[in-house]
Design a protein around this ligand. Sequence first.
Ligand SMILES: [Zn+2]
Length: 489
Amino acid sequence: MRLALLGMSHETNTFSRVPATYDRFSIHRGHEIVQQFGESHTTNAGFLEIGERPDVDVVPLMFASTGPIGTITSDAFERIVGELLDLLRDNGPWDGVLLSLHGAAVSERRPDADGEITARVRDLVGPDVPVGMTLDLHGNVTQKMIANTTVATFYRSNPHLDPRPRALECAELIVRTINGEIRPVQALEMPPVVINIVKQFTGEEPMASVIRDCETAIQRQGILTASVAEGYPYSDVEEMGMSFLAVADGDESAARDAVRWMARRAWGMREQFVVDTPSPEEALRQAMAEDEGPVVLMDVGDNIGGGSSADSTVILAAAQRLGVTSFLQSLYDPEAVAHCVESGVGSEVTLDVGGKTDDMHGSPVRVTGRVRAMTDGLYEDPNPTHGGWRYYDGGTTVVLETTDGHTLLLTSERTGNTTREQMYSAGIMPERFKIVVAKGVVSPRPAYQPIASRIILVNSPGVTTSDLSFFTYHRRRVPLYPFEEDAAY
Ligand SMILES: [Zn+2]
């Protein structure tokens, strides 16, 4: 049994001004996929794992991915998908296909980029070859994606600690389909509702209940698997929002009933999907009032994993104004890094840091301080982290201790705060600070929850702000809750 493994993974923040051009994608081909992902916790690892069975041969063809930045250019989309399809055609025939997608990819001329990929794959292999697809929990799922696949599974945990088992589950169902043991039918339900990004942590309500419902639905008679997508509110596409999927064995009405039950229950909880979070000043005051540190402030507006600039200075500027000390945060600022490198370790510098990518994430902040350390920015975390990544590259990195009592980790690459190794590798112990800023909403939790005395989600402005009224949507459905409070389902 030969299964093709291929995909393109992108979470497109259509409000970001950084286009996803071809050269921004990292592309792995053939055995490179095994080398890069084989030992990880990613979707690709789960797909590769099914190949360990004696009767199953998984052939890794190509996987392209890039961080969550702006819209994929038509050039990048056509070149990448063109090569994916060429490889699929030239190495066939196949017994099955495994697609490693994100589910929130948007290309200039193809707003439903993932749907387009599934359609072209289906077109190429024909109607009888089972196609499996595993998506991120943040996928904006479309009927086109479901119509062109045989079995889809989505991650069920946010932070994403389960891409590998979800992909393996998908691959197992594809193998059973090929063997003629099951005949999957899928049903997708899309109630008109968006869940705010700060309510998307599956370890807390309301998502804990939504996931529990999904697990209950899986136990229903005739259901093979079921999934929930939280959706990605920063992709301005028609299908933006939550969706529910059930896969039944031959029984379409069982799939339909299960998915409607899940969607109806979630719809009933919609008032819990909306949220109020404190402003940066208010969050800093709350943090200072705590007896113990570190209090971790989630910089929601600068959620690097969601496509933001990684150089927001909004919380830093507020900390300066309020005289907050024992404060740690990272900033993407290659210019400031170069300046510090030139001055040398131990030297004192005065310079403007952060706020340089665009005008949505604060202005550069003037600081004076001592260059404490310099590293190559490479670090590794073998433990499960958000998305299952292991190797990180922050580029040349500098530690700056400012006269304000702040420690700044200045990086040359846009890197999230998803592992404490980022700090340890530069000689910083985040445990010793009163206040630590983590850029993100959920992805920094596996790293910082274990050491945090408290976590505060901050309503900071930016391209990933939790305040969705900040954005002008052109393509989303109307009505859609909570934009239209009278939306009906
Ligand atoms: Zn995600």
